[in-house]
Design a protein around this ligand. Structure first.
Ligand SMILES: Nc1nc2c(ncn2[C@@H]2O[C@H](COP(=O)(O)OP(=O)(O)OP(=O)(O)O)[C@@H](O)[C@H]2O)c(=O)[nH]1
Length: 494
């Protein structure tokens, strides 16, 4: 009997100990750990685009980049049947309720207003100058200058101006720059994070090409496949033919046998196809004019939604991070939210923003932005323009007018055309129209992170004879990188 009790007690003790031990283990697991979290392996967003340096800037001024040799029209079969002038117009994302035609042009109500619309009369002299309050990034935020009433500068967008162009009678509101709220990473950090954004481009293009070329002697079918791969990646017929010819020559001449050798040849040929003698630095640094400091003036142009505002903001960040002072001109008065968007970029980067009322004359806003830039002796004025492309005439009127009006005060040093890489051939058609309208000096190719068709770079540069200067690799504020042919080809090939 006593031994039975003995064993019962022993069993109870064992059960008790087991319950205690498991309870402790469970409690331990649930406890919040304050230890250093394990390093989560950062998955790169894509392949391997890694620029070897930061974005380079050059002073503006007289020297203009070499426009390069224009591509002969006969070599442009890839653009046959592409959208013509004006076909690419897209309705701004957030302004479905409004169009150019809907904007009524009010009759001048007073003699003064009527006078302001007279071409010969400089509007600036008819208006009091905007408050000459310096707005450096470090300055504390002050209340915005009161918005001036509407005037003759209002919806000039609805009526294409006749030549000679009326100078603007702007009513832009000069916004003081608040304290920058964002810490801007040094260039090297940004480049690290840009590593690997071209995965989609890489997977299709590089792998299939290397698969074909690495297989030894190629028969005609295989060469046809090489051509198809290049065409599918948006390199265009002329560039494709050129590249295939060079590949045939080089592979034969060097008696390439291994896939590594084939890769090297492919890299060389593609990089050579992207090289240009034109300067890739962005002319966004000040220069001297008549013994005075003159801000560099950069116009950012492109069709709706390509990323103009985003690129303008990103560029301002890079400049400010390098110690430059920047004024942003919100001359995209067509899309309601564009000025707000730019304002936010300005606030985050530490740049003043000059904006007009919605529907105001873009040239008036651009004029005032440059005026403020000169008054405040800043280093660069970046003007975000509207991207309407309803008709070539409309575009000419607007963009041409912006440039002419700005150049009454300062030379435009850089005209950056923003193209959305995901639109492929359509981007090329847009580029052609813009190049006819305005003297484009550099291309920014955005959304390369979202396309398998990075090949548009080859065509755009070849056809326009204008260098691709920058690439957009994401929506983030630091996702802007200098364009480097070698790095780009490496990213494509993986
Ligand atoms: N993935 C990706 N998105 C981008 C890039 N650049 C811009 N975007 C996005 O593209 C969209 C359009 O950009 P915006 O800067 O507003 O374009 P916009 O040309 O100023 O447009 P409008 O004002 O309508 O003329 C936004 O959602 C941006 O975040 C890029 O390099 N990569």
């Amino acid at each position: 009997m006593s031994s039975t009790w003995f064993w019962i007690v022993i069993a109870a003790v064992v059960v008790l100990v087991a319950v205690l031990v498991s309870g402790l283990l469970i409690a331990r697991r649930r406890r919040i750990s304050i230890a250093e979290p394990r390093e989560v392996e950062q998955k790169p967003k894509g392949g391997g685009y890694a620029a070897s340096g930061g974005i380079t800037f050059a002073p503006g001024g007289e020297a203009r980049p070499d426009p390069g040799e224009a591509h002969p029209v006969v070599d442009r079969p890839e653009v046959d049947g592409q959208p013509g002038v004006g076909d690419d117009a897209a309705v701004p994302r957030d302004s479905g309720q409004r169009s150019v035609r809907d904007v009524a042009l009010p009759e001048p109500e007073s003699a003064e207003e009527a006078e302001a619309e007279t071409p010969a009369k400089p509007a600036t002299s008819a208006k009091p100058a905007a408050p000459a309050k310096p707005a450096t990034p470090a300055e504390p935020a002050t209340p915005a200058a009161p918005a001036a009433p509407d005037s003759a500068s209002t919806p000039a967008t609805s009526a294409p101006p006749a030549e000679p162009v009326a100078e603007p009678a702007p009513e832009p509101v000069a916004e003081p720059a608040p304290e920058p709220v964002d810490e801007i990473d040094p260039a090297i950090g940004r480049l690290e994070r840009l590593r690997g954004r071209l995965s989609k481009s890489r997977s299709m293009f590089g792998q299939s090409l290397l698969g074909l070329l690495g297989g030894g002697d190629l028969d005609e079918d295989s060469w046809q496949d090489v051509e198809d791969t290049l065409l599918l990646a948006d390199l265009g017929a002329a560039t494709t033919t050129q590249i295939v010819e060079r590949l045939r020559d080089e592979l034969g001449r060097r008696a390439v046998r291994s896939s590594d050798e084939a890769r090297e040849v492919l890299r060389e040929v593609l990089t050579a196809a992207l090289s240009t003698d034109s300067e890739r630095s962005v002319r966004a640094l000040p220069h001297e004019a008549d013994g005075r400091k003159q801000p560099a003036v950069v116009l950012v142009a492109g069709v709706n939604g390509t990323g103009k505002t985003t690129t303008t903001g990103k560029l301002a960040r890079v400049l400010v991070a390098q110690g430059a002072t920047v004024v942003l001109g919100a001359a995209d008065t067509f899309r309601a939210a564009a000025a707000d968007q730019l304002q936010t970029w300005g606030e985050r980067a530490g740049a003043s923003v000059v904006r007009g009322k919605e529907g105001a004359d873009p040239a008036a806003v651009a004029f005032d932005a440059v005026k403020q830039g000169i008054t405040e002796s800043v280093d660069a004025v970046l003007v975000d323009t509207a991207g309407r492309l309803h008709t070539k005439t409309g575009l000419m009127d607007e963009l041409g007018k912006v440039k002419r009006v700005v150049e009454k005060q300062a030379k435009v040093d850089e005209v950056l055309l923003v193209l959305d890489a995901t639109t492929g051939q359509n981007g090329l058609a847009q580029a052609r129209v813009f190049a006819e309208v305005i003297d484009v000096t550099g291309i920014v190719l955005t959304k390369l992170d979202g396309t398998a068709k990075g090949g548009i770079v080859f065509q755009v540069q070849r056809e326009l004879g204008v260098p691709v200067k920058l690439v957009g690799l994401g929506e983030g504020p630091d996702d802007l990188a200098p364009f480097e042919p070698g790095a780009f080809v490496d990213a494509l090939l993986g």
